[in-house]
Design a protein around this ligand. Structure first.
Ligand code: PLP
Length: 356
């Protein structure tokens, strides 16, 4: 990807590795699969996968098949799980490169089986039950038939049912408990048709950290590995996780406008900074915080209130706090958003620099 240099994303490999170790210790004996969708939450998939697989992490959640292929190139031996694919996707390559496929509908199961039959390879599939989130997955009513068909295809030798999985909201304890009960029931039914999937998985960041009963054999964790809060509730700081990415830019002009000293920075709406930053979040320059006063299409204006900042000074938007900047979580809370969304918007096209 060509990365413009309006901003710079400094990504700490040691923060990623330390976060992943903390999560892994917390969820053991369940296994950690690191979710690397959206270019590893805009941290840069190539470097993230290299750093983590070099540190001994061998399971990744990719979402789509293109991402899965990128992971496979960097981590030839890893388990790579992808769960979104459709008509135009190269399922044959995914099967022959041992990508584990999350299958959410009977029609997807048949497509995967057809391709596996055609190329004479067994597909590794994880069957998805909808336990209440209604974001893909087979509903309880259709689950017995789905399992029956999966068992037939497994007996035929075209698929291996290696997993059963679901996704939960992680928004309320009671709703998650209900989803866990439905998941247990779905697993029991799988056993009753002779399926013994090795990997049962349900939890993402929040539930995997908070609930032992949500961990099963594997957890799919994205946000916490990057040191990002997945939403309301428990955040990375409380858990001892470090934000892995610091986003900065430089002052491009300093001017007096209506008796105020304004610094212009080259990060605007086209770079993913929306006007909801005005007045609610700030940046750090020379270790002091200054607020956004205006966001235009191509730049933002910072109120310097008489400081000595000058053109070319580094401007830190969010990060691990080393330069006096806020955390991404502070930004997310102030803008009524979640960290993942903000970092993906703002860091995706930044120049990426990797440090130990
Ligand atoms: C199916 C699935 N599992 C796990 C995750 C990881 O979630 P989090 O970043 O909250 O850990 C995602 C994120 O989108 C997901 O879609």
């Amino acid at each position: 990807m060509i990365r413009a240099s309006h901003a710079r994303a400094v990504v700490s490999r040691s923060a990623l590795i330390t976060n992943a170790r903390l999560v892994a210790q917390r969820v053991a004996p369940a296994e950690l699969a690191v979710v690397v969708k959206d270019d590893a939450y805009a941290h840069g998939i190539t470097e993230v996968v290299s750093a983590l697989s070099g540190a001994g992490f061998h399971r990744f959640g990719a979402l789509d098949l293109t991402t899965a292929r990128e992971v496979r190139e960097r981590a030839p031996e890893a388990m790579v799980f992808a769960w979104v694919f459709g008509e135009g996707d190269d399922i044959a390559t995914a099967i022959s490169t041992h990508i584990d496929l999350g299958v959410s509908y009977p029609s997807m199961l048949e497509r995967v089986a057809d391709v596996a039959r055609r190329i004479d390879r067994r597909a590794r599939v994880h069957l998805k039950i909808d336990t209440g989130l209604h974001r893909a997955g087979v509903l309880a009513g259709g689950w017995p038939d789905f399992l029956q068909r999966a068992a037939e295809l497994q007996n035929e030798g075209v698929i291996d049912v290696t997993g059963i999985w679901t996704h939960i909201a992680e928004a309320s304890y009671d709703a998650d408990s209900a989803a866990i009960r439905r998941f247990d029931d779905a697993i029991r039914r799988a056993h009753s048709v002779g399926l013994r999937p090795r990997l049962r998985h349900l939890a993402a960041s929040a539930a995997s950290f908070e609930r032992a009963d949500a961990r099963y054999d594997m957890v799919r964790v994205g946000a916490f590995v990057y040191g990002i809060a997945p939403g309301d509730g428990i955040g990375p700081e409380q858990l001892g996780l470090t934000p892995a990415l610091t986003l900065s830019t430089t002052v491009s002009a300093v001017e007096t406008v209506h008796n105020r000293t304004i610094a212009r920075i080259p990060v605007g709406q086209v770079n993913g900074l929306y006007s909801d930053a005005e007045g609610v979040v700030d940046v750090a320059i020379r270790n002091r915080r200054y607020p956004f006063v205006r966001v235009t299409r191509t730049e933002a204006h910072i109120d310097l209130s008489g400081s000595g900042a000058t053109v070319g000074d580094d401007v830190y938007l969010f990060g691990d706090g080393t330069h006096g900047e806020s955390s991404l979580q502070v930004w997310a809370d102030a803008m009524g958003s979640i960290g993942e969304e903000i970092v993906i918007r703002l860091a995706r096209a930044a120049e990426h620099v990797y440090v130990e």
